[in-house]
Design a protein around this ligand. Structure first.
Ligand code: ADP
Ligand code: MG
Length: 147
């Protein structure tokens, strides 16, 4: 079923600042089911591949250094309208401009260290979830979500 999954990543800065618990709490409170989850360090190749769309940006090297600076938590979130609802809960890219109560406002330091990633379309959500998780690692609420 389209539109019911998104991928989030709690980035190294938020993990280092002990924000895993509070961020997962906000996610559950907003009605998302955590369908899959991993805690590990990205390799350079994984970080590069995940953010390849930004490789020409002047801040790409900074982003790469940050993303491999420590472990991350990666999760598949399940809910109707998951991508848009999670982008809303997450807040804008720059935490200083993010709305009050959003994850990036509460737990982000700067545009480069903005606490979490969230997929930007259903198509990319599928690509990103497939990048990190096999079907056998997913525990969907609704069976049809995985079809
Ligand atoms: P979003 O994460 O909101 O979808 P983008 O896809 O545009 O934002 O950017 C991907 C990530 O690259 C951002 O979350 C942020 O960590 C980093 N980034 C974006 N813009 C900048 C910038 N101007 N300087 C440093 N890092 C940036
Ligand atoms: Mg993006």
């Amino acid at each position: 079923m389209t539109g019911r999954i998104t991928l989030t990543m709690i980035k190294p800065g938020a993990v280092a600042n002990e924000h895993i618990g509070p961020i997962l709490h906000k996610i559950n409170e907003a009605g998302f089911h955590i369908a899959a989850m991993k805690f590990f360090s990205l390799t350079k190749i994984m970080a590069y591949s995940f953010y390849k769309v930004h490789e020409q940006k002047p801040w790409f090297n900074e982003l790469m250094e940050f993303m491999i600076s420590g472990p991350v938590v990666v999760a598949i979130l399940e809910k109707d309208n998951a991508v848009a609802d999670y982008r809303k809960l997450m807040g804008t890219t720059n935490p200083k401009e993010a709305e009050d109560g959003t994850i990036r406002k509460l737990f982000g330091n700067s545009v480069g260290s903005n606490a979490v990633h969230g997929s930007d379309s259903d198509e990319n959500a599928k690509i990103e979830c497939d990048f990190f998780f096999a079907m056998s690692e997913r525990y969907y609420l609704l069976e049809e979500t995985g079809v």
